[in-house]
Design a protein around this ligand. Structure first.
Ligand SMILES: [Ca+2]
Ligand SMILES: [Ca+2]
Length: 229
């Protein structure tokens, strides 16, 4: 084979590979849908009252959040998953409220955990691909939660293959590493985190009180994903 023929063949090969790759990308994009997130009614309006904020709080937006694109056919895997908490006074029946679908701002929709860094842990029962995580701590008033950290792991003790999906503990007061994500105001939209298809069975949701109280509040947690292949 002469050199010209070789380079023509190579050129054709590269062209067909490029065509195949862009067809695959188009196919993946075609299977993406906007995440279907059911939002509760907003409970407060307007500018937050005068509260002590850190230098890294996202300003409160007055526009709806743009939709997140995710693969079609995801389910909220947190629904019916086994829940545990670092605060051993948290009863099973109160933990159930975190995945009961009620995201309202009323007192009976919110559960409390003691002060300090506390977590709720979700056992999905089997490894899953996780694309979107939504958290509502409590949106009954304008407040900012401290040390919001979301980690996933392969084991319940969080020793194996621990990955941090979100961390806004920028001064590392919870000791899980310095976070680079921003603090944010709790609203009826909750916090939506892009988990990018991470594969894990266990998910932990940390917090360390808010600008309103040292206690930790939770209203609802959603984990949108699908069984891992
Ligand atoms: Ca709930
Ligand atoms: Ca902190």
């Amino acid at each position: 084979m002469n050199t010209t023929l070789k380079s023509i063949k190579l050129g054709l090969l590269i062209t067909s590979l490029t065509v195949a790759a862009s067809a695959l990308a188009a196919d993946n994009a075609a299977n993406q849908v906007a995440l279907d997130l059911k939002l509760p009614a907003p409970a407060f309006k307007g500018t937050p009252k005068d509260i002590q904020l850190s230098a890294y709080v996202e300003p409160l937006s007055d526009k709806p959040r743009p939709p997140m694109m995710v693969p079609a056919g995801l389910k909220n895997l947190a629904k019916g998953a086994k829940l545990t908490a670092s605060d051993k006074n948290t009863t099973a029946s109160s933990l159930e409220k975190v995945t009961d679908g009620d995201k309202e701002a009323s007192d009976q929709s919110i559960i409390f955990m003691r002060k300090g860094t506390q977590f709720i842990q979700v056992d999905l029962g089997a490894p899953a691909e996780i694309f979107a995580i939504a958290i509502w701590h409590a949106h009954n008033s304008a407040k900012v939660y401290r040390d919001v950290i979301v980690q996933v792991a392969d084991d319940q003790d969080f020793l194996e293959n621990v990955r941090t999906i979100f961390n806004n503990d920028q001064d590392n007061t919870s000791g899980l590493g310095v976070g680079t994500n921003k603090e944010y105001f709790e609203t009826h939209e909750g916090k939506l985190i892009d988990a990018k298809g991470v594969k894990a069975r266990f998910v932990r949701f940390y917090s360390k009180g808010s600008t309103e109280s040292a206690l930790n509040e939770y209203t609802e947690i959603e984990i949108h994903g699908r069984p891992a292949k």
